[in-house]
Ligand binder design. Structure first.
Ligand SMILES: Nc1ncnc2c1ncn2[C@@H]1O[C@H](COP(=O)(O)OP(=O)(O)OP(=O)(O)O)[C@@H](O)[C@H]1O
Ligand SMILES: [Mg+2]
Length: 439
């Protein structure tokens, strides 16, 4: 038999749940009181009992509703309307203006503070104050100064409670929203830190073995190339020698990719260039594969974008890697759209988007695809370094990267680079009015 520890109770009661619990207890208490004081002259019995029972049942049902799903504000408003009516009845059946039950008007006010924004709270408070006045209608004619003072005093108290509670509730809600946002930021920063630690580990490993492997690899490649030149096409040794050359080149490339993770990479020279130009120069590298794979390659590129400070090779590598992944994901063919433009939501940035019409990336693996060596491809087909390399390059360019994907709706990678000169960016945004010229 397996043992399992009881799950820790994680859920914290929301203010609404706490309120409903107390409200229920309070309603039962009222029922009890009205029964005990049934012979009191000011009480209409059993009418008062019925009103409290109605209040209890109505709120019991409504609170179930509140806990389940997002309840529409109109439904909440309806429930407050009914509550207000029932409370007014209860007051009328327990002595009218002399009843102490007027304090129950605080209930709808508190509920509105918990669930509504300011305008809603004001409306509910006005409604409650109106009902409160209604209680005095029969006696307004012969009410003395003291009577008016009572009306004013009670109304003032209700209004004051509304003002204070709403302030507290709204401040609490905005503090909660702020802390949620802060937590999200923290989580994101932590995830980035973990990712960059993983990269650094790969880099250290690569830097350690690179020297040892690069030298023998250089020898293998060098001799293979010499041999390949000497051997004629018809020679039986031609195929093995060319294979040695090709595979040695592949190893060299892999080594170079791994070295990119180590901060000692020599490919750091950056220059101020137009993103669109680099992307254009990378597309022919992709086209060879798209044609064979029956994939349509759509280039939607903007001219006149602000320049970015970038390493051309590395940006090309981003385009090639993202397009290669898209091609791999669509063995039956499909469409890849490569877009460049101003980043609309992030001023001062230009963006590169690569979108495909493939099967998309399942939500469960979206957080893993940037991990070094994470791949879903069969052994020998993918190293799992492509996206982690892209991520590393984006980091080095002080850029940002997002992935949006839904199953069967393709994947969209958006990469944003800071414009090298922000004045440049402002000018481009002014000239194009946000809609850039297409190449
Ligand atoms: N456009 C895409 N559509 C669907 N899945 C994708 C897409 N891009 C990446 N993936 C998924 O992310 C995984 C990781 O991609 P990554 O480029 O890092 O490695 P890889 O393509 O598997 O190997 P490598 O790029 O080293 O040859 C892929 O194996 C694939 O499952
Ligand atoms: Mg890849």
């Amino acid at each position: 038999m397996k043992w399992r520890l009881p799950a820790a109770k994680e859920s914290v009661s929301t203010p609404i749940e706490i309120r409903s619990k107390h409200e229920m207890v309070f309603s039962v208490f009222l029922l009890f009181l009205s029964f005990v004081f049934r012979n009191n002259a000011v009480i209409n019995y059993p009418e008062l009992l019925y009103v409290f029972a109605a209040l209890l049942i109505f709120n019991f049902i409504f609170n179930r509703f509140l806990r389940q799903a997002a309840v529409s504000p109109w439904l909440v408003a309806g429930s407050l309307f009914v509550n207000g009516m029932l409370i007014t009845w209860a007051i009328l059946y327990s002595g009218g203006p002399d009843s102490y039950l007027w304090v129950m008007y605080l209930l709808p006010i508190f509920t509105s503070c918990l669930l509504f924004e300011k305008p809603g709270i004001v409306l509910v408070t006005l409604y409650v104050l109106g009902l409160h006045l209604l209680i005095y209608t029969g006696e307004m004619g012969d009410m003395g100064a003291l009577g008016w003072l009572q009306v004013l005093g009670r109304s003032g108290l209700l209004a004051l409670s509304a003002a204070v509670t709403s302030r507290l509730a709204i401040a609490e809600r905005s503090a909660q929203a702020e802390s949620r946002a802060r937590q999200e930021k923290l989580d994101k920063a932590r995830a980035e830190l973990i990712q960059s630690e993983k990269m650094a580990a790969v880099g250290q490993l690569a830097a350690g073995v690179a020297h040892e492997i690069n030298n023998p690899l250089g020898v293998i490649l060098g001799f293979a190339q010499v041999l390949a030149k000497r051997i004629h096409d018809g020679d039986p040794l031609s195929l093995p020698v060319r294979s040695i050359e090709r595979e040695a080149l592949r190893c060299k490339e892999l080594m170079q990719n791994l070295l990119l993770f180590s901060r000692t990479s020599k490919l750091e020279e950056k220059s101020e260039t137009e993103l669109t130009k680099i992307v254009q120069s990378a597309l022919p590298l992709v086209e060879a594969r798209t044609k064979v794979a029956h994939v349509e390659l759509v280039a939607d590129l903007s001219a006149g974008l602000p320049k970015v400070s970038a390493n051309q090779n590395q940006i090309q590598q981003i385009v090639v890697n993202l397009c290669n992944n898209a091609i791999d994901a669509m063995p039956q063919g499909g469409r890849i759209t490569v877009r460049t433009g101003l980043a609309k939501d992030v001023p001062g940035y230009v963006e590169l988007q690569v979108q495909d019409s493939g099967p998309g990336i399942p939500k469960e693996i979206q957080s893993k695809v940037f991990d070094p060596f994470f791949t879903t491809k069969p052994p020998g087909r993918g190293t799992g370094l492509g996206l982690s390399l892209v991520y590393e390059i984006v980091q080095r360019h002080k850029g940002m990267m997002t992935l949006e994907s839904e199953e069967n709706k393709g994947a969209l990678f958006t990469i944003r680079f800071p414009a090298a000169n922000s004045a440049d960016h402002a000018a481009a945004a002014r000239e194009t009015g946000g809609a850039e010229a297409r190449v």
